[in-house]
Design a protein around this ligand. Structure first.
Ligand code: GLV
Ligand code: GLV
Length: 340
């Protein structure tokens, strides 16, 4: 038998041969270099055994045996429907952890140091209007200094990506790490103590989200999207943050109330924001409240966008699909127990 497999995006010359090399698979590949049309997907998924989707494609099931997404997040997949139909769901954790952590640090630095404003001044030919000045473009420093020897880094969500981000910040001299995490995950003071010791920090502590907001100099949002985390960063939380603090979101736009964040930046409740994801993206125009905020540095959902990582993610997505259809062990399968 041959299994029809729908591939919602060309995965490139390194990865497509993995799929094309399997005689058991009959591939139907979206031919264009843009997100596939919903209608095309719905038409072609009919009778398919598997599908490889991007986070831009919404899927729920039908005749499928497997949904393989080229992303670590899977809130675009109706997991309840997938679980109810007994489908397998593959995703791409781990391979993007470092790339996303790298970008999270970049956003923290960009936002703190007025990177967005600085770049725009130069690009608009306005440097002469903003020559070097003793306190021009100054923002809060990420590294500690002799006169300012403590830095508290906070995380909403404390999975692999958050911990990789923490590791990158150690050489900046940070002293404390606070995080809040999913109530269903067991607290581990042992792991916290181990991390503090490993990185020579004064403390690593799981606290409630309000305390993370109140205490953090830089607050990273690195938790999954979906209904469970919708607008966890809202006006109430932002009002608790320090006026010198930086907010970084490299997870999903839905975790942040954009209007509240724009207000927080406008009114100086926080210093700046570094944003990789915006609710409603990619429909984010120049009139969007966050785009209009000079202290908001926004990049268009590129946290995992390195040549190496995207190739690894595409490879993993192909391997997950092939394994599920040909009866092997998927390299990275979402645990769907508890759904449906
Ligand atoms: C990116 O946002 C991903 O979920 O992989
Ligand atoms: C979340 O998926 C993480 O890796 O932190």
């Amino acid at each position: 038998t041959r299994y029809k497999v729908v591939v919602c995006r060309d995965l490139g010359p390194d990865v497509m041969p993995l799929l094309r090399g399997k005689p058991e698979l009959e591939l139907v590949v979206w031919p264009e270099d843009r997100a596939c049309d919903r209608r095309w997907l719905l038409e072609n998924i009919h009778g398919a055994a598997g599908v490889i989707v991007m986070l831009t494609d919404k899927v729920s099931g039908s005749s499928l045996q497997v949904v393989s997404t080229m992303s670590v997040g899977y809130e675009h997949v109706d997991v309840n429907a997938v679980a109810k139909r007994g489908l397998k769901l593959g995703y791409t954790p781990d391979v993007l952890t470092d790339a996303v952590a790298d970008l999270s640090v970049m956003l923290a630095l960009m936002a703190g140091r007025n990177g967005g404003i600085g770049i725009s001044v130069v690009q608009k030919g306005q440097w002469t209007e903003y020559p070097w000045a003793p306190f021009g473009f100054c923002g809060p420093q990420l590294s500690t200094t002799a006169a300012s020897p403590t830095r508290k880094i906070g995380f909403i969500g404390f999975g692999r990506i958050a911990q990789a981000t923490l590791a990158r910040l150690v050489p900046f001299g940070i002293t404390h790490c606070l995080y809040s995490s999913n109530p269903s995950s067991a607290p581990s003071s042992e792991r916290d103590a181990q991390l503090a010791q490993k990185y020579n920090l004064q403390s690593v502590k799981r606290v409630d989200i309000d305390e993370v907001a109140r205490e953090s100099d830089v607050l990273f949002i690195l938790a999954p999207g979906g209904s469970g985390t919708y607008h966890v960063v809202n006006e109430t939380l932002l009002r608790k943050m320090k006026p010198t603090s930086i907010l970084v979101n490299a997870s999903r736009g839905t975790l942040v109330d954009s209007d509240a964040l724009a207000k927080a930046l406008r009114e100086g409740w926080i210093w700046g924001a570094g944003i990789d994801v915006v609710e409603g993206e990619p429909q984010v125009s120049v009139d969007h409240p966050l785009v209009k905020e000079p202290k908001c540095v926004i990049v268009p959902h590129i946290a995992s966008a390195t040549l190496e990582t995207r190739r690894d993610m595409a490879t993993r997505a192909a391997q997950n699909l092939i394994a599920a259809i040909l009866g092997g062990q998927m390299p990275a399968q979402v645990d769907l127990r508890g759904f449906a």
